[in-house]
Design a protein. Sequence first.
Length: 754
Amino acid sequence: MPEIALTQTPAHVRHGSNIGQPLTRRDGVLKVTGGAQYAADHHPPGMLYAVLAVSSIARGRVAFLDVNAAKAHAGVVEVMTPANKPALAQDPDEKSNPFMFRLDLLQNDRVRYANQPIAVVIAETLEAATEGAALLSPRYDTERARMGLDANESFVPAGVGVGNPPEAHSGDVEAGLAAASRRIEATYETAAQYHNAMEPHAIVAAWDGDTLSIDTPSQGLAMAQGRLAGLFGISPDKIHIRSPFLGGGFGSKGLISGPQVLGVMAARMVGKPVKLVLRREQMFGPVGHRAPTRQTLRLGADADGKLTALDHRTKTTSSTFDDFFEPASDISHTLYASSAISTAHEAVRLDTGTPLFMRAPGEATGSIALESAIDEMAQACAMDPLAFRLKNYAEVEPISGKPFSSKALRECYKQGAARFGWQRRPLAPRQMSDHGLLVGWGVGTATFPALMFQAEAKAVLRQDGSGVMEIGAHDMGQGAWTALAQIAADGLGLDIDLVDFRSGTSDLPDAGIAGGSAHTATAGMAIHNAGADVVARLADLATNDDRSPLFGAGNAGVIARDGRLFRRDDESRSESYSDILGRAGRAQIEGQGKSAADPVAQSAYAMHAHGAVFAEVKVDPDFGQMRVTRIVGAFAAGRFINPRMVHSQLCGGMIWGVSFALHEHAVMDPRSGRPMNPNLGEYHIPVNADVPSVEAILIEERDAHVNALGIKGVGEIGITGTAGAVANAVWHATGIRVRKFPITLDRLIVPQSS
Ligand code: MOS
């Protein structure tokens, strides 16, 4: 278990409830001083370096690799290819559930996408391994790559995301369109994006007989452990994964990737610890991406501006060998009321790596098209875009008809608009300017489902007055070390500095996957329940002992706070944990907790977080250069465990929304199928100068249905709605509606209308 030295908690939050306090990151000092050890920082004795050789073609087979040249290079120890790789206990192309993605583990000479691993060179130094990989000089039998949304005949996938139905309908959309007094139809395109976490996928793997010890970033320790156990034919408890810190995950570290498994295979092959770290360009292929989409929306509205029809169709892409389809149309199930709604997906299979969850899969992509189309419809109705959204506010979830467990979206619109100054917005475009730049304001609605997975936790109270909480949770940078420790402290009734919060390794209780914005709710509820369990056991000791001032109070009759149990009906009667355990002759007492979604509540209520994002852009009318100058987002997402971390998540999400609108675009060569900009010089993401002012307003909801703590999750919602708000602001500045993302300046250079 890695030691994490905790920063001091500010004095003013020491007392009372930890939940809701804006504690600073407890691992912050370690991170900024370099004390936090990331996977690639590990150097076990005798470690060798592995470097991937990857395919430069997208489709065909590897005809020749100059293994002899690579092996002859000084320092090269071994070259792992399909011919000599260690045997696996499971076919990496086997798939028994939707979360089990097919991996490229040198199973044969086929090439299914560019940057697919085709060999691994293992050497005494990184330089020797890198040079050895270059010396392989592969020759290929090349087949023509199928690239782009029109490359192939499309089909309707059996499921989108990880198994949602590909279509949904309520009412009669064609009748709704026919009855409408205003109609729009528009097609929007979003670009492929690749996860570019600051930390690339990395692994240090060491075998000791049949025991495997690894350092690697993971958003899902137990699932990674299970997958490795299957592939190597060993029991999961023989696999120890340490993942205390991730330099970002965004979905691409949710399931263990092929390159990470190749690092384990390399270590097995040479019988020594091996480190394998992806180079930036190698992340453009084998570790997932967000697929491009083409989305067509048809909307109809009556004379009052009420939607009579909403039809949202998505065309997207997946790989030739696996099945992740971006569920972009699904957002139209939940966001606006309309007398008829229809959503559908179709797809083509391309010679790319398999797409994967990428921060707000579905909602991020879908909200761009939906929020642009809603704006176009508002314009057609000559209505203010915010007034139009309020006119079509969904009081219940539209297709399912379920009530929302909570929904403070109206409050988000209100507070966001007030803070932004929306009421001063002229209706017509091209009305505002600043020093010769055109100024525009746009709004977008944010939404993301409130999910829960399964987790367990273990709690301990010790006679010395301290406590322990154990859960194999994941801190990708979102603040799990901090927010979950706050829940632990409250659950144990202890000051946070008296809680030894243990997390980030696979030998701790399973925290589920840190994905779907559900980690705080899922892990948090297991922690909360474990705390309640250990406190109840402690209360049993006291309330059944006639020497205790709590004797006879019963479990329900005590509350835990500040390391003491108090009688609920008479708080002057209390006893410290130390005294209770000491008298019972116990050094410590243990409890367990589990969490899972409540199926009864889930079938009764629709559970979503919401938000409203307001953006200002300034556009140079001559050169088309545009800048987002201001963003205000107001978000309602249940209870906020740590408002400082929440604010950071929401701002990070909104900045990614700016990136979606204006920057990120993986350009694929249509002939070779290779990514043409697999580096952070040419694959653009926003820098500080691109986002001068971002504000998040937090609107707390009391939600009695999502879970007992009322947590909805904030990891993904910030990215939704924002790109649409930016696009709508660009239209408002220029009068030009750009429907292809990212919006680039060439699209804004047109002859001036007047
Ligand atoms: Mo997220 S895309 O569920 O890590």
